[in-house]
Ligand binder design. Sequence first.
Ligand code: NAD
Length: 333
Amino acid sequence: MRLLVTGGAGFIGSNFIRYILEKHPDWEVINLDKLGYGSNLANLKDIEDDERYTFVKGNINDFELVSKLIKEVDAVINFAAESHVDRSISNPHAFIESNVLGVYTVLEAIRKVNPEVRLVHVSTDEVYGDIEEGSFTEEDRLMPSSPYSASKAAGDMLVLGHARTYNLNASITRCTNNYGPYQFPEKLIPKTIIRANMGLKIPIYGTGQNVRDWLYVEDHVRAIEAVLEKGERREVYNISAGDEKTNLEVVKTILRLMDKDEELIEFVEDRPGHDLRYSLNSWKITRDLKWRPKHSFDEGIKKTVEWYLNNGWWWKPLIDEKVLHPTPWKLRW
Ligand code: NAD
């Protein structure tokens, strides 16, 4: 099997590539990434010399390039996206380019040059919006709350429309918040570990009662593998570990694991439109594809804290005032 992985120099894509090359000795991977601000080829340093791996620097909006690569592969896994909600508040345009027009370009290339290719499009729980009680299923309506989630929802709609009209072999995955090694330091968990390690205050939006459903990245990449191999055409699969925590609980857990004082916590002005609670029902992928998460939050967060503490070489070159800013949505990017 030859895979084209887009956005493979980012957090989840790089974890996916490493996992796939380890698990499938006869598979090959082409990684197409524009190398945006949050990507980092150091994420894949340990496999860069593997002859089954090729890196191509480029944009998913480049129709010629994407078409050429799609001709050469059996499957496309589309991770490429602008991914930070805070940045989408001050600069939505970049999100429309990658998450809407980029998806459209990939779909057009597939239908024109290799309509039999398998496509797994990686989306997010944020397309459903927030939910006070219960959990969203794949049948629920999309009600995004930010320019980021709106752009992801638009991408999903394009995939469904092309899959039906042109009979493409496409599935969509919608996962909850990921955490684990190689996550860019601007996101809640790495930012908390890094700021605590540096003895800096830990900013929490509002009162810290926003609930997220946390998924260890390795469990997520196994779920994508299951959808790639066994998922049905035009089906959507929710992916969640059902590990719901408030942001305050997450930060307190990290501080406890690092033996740091809760006095470091500082409540800061909330992000506009901040979703209160995300929760997914992922019974479908468990029932149909036999996927289950292997890590509880307690196990995953322990591994994650240890990874960041042992890998300062990876995150130290990435941090600056903007990346560690307490309220990044107020910045101009
Ligand atoms: P990330 O920002 O770490 O990685 C995204 C990668 O895509 C980057 O390397 C970037 O350079 C690349 N990229 C962006 N636009 C591109 C373009 N136009 N052409 C080529 N490359 C481009 O993000 P991530 O956290 O790894 O997320 C990967 C996917 O998973 C995204 O689609 C995101 O929406 C989705 N997702 C992430 C989470 C999470 O918790 N991280 C949760 C749900 C869904």
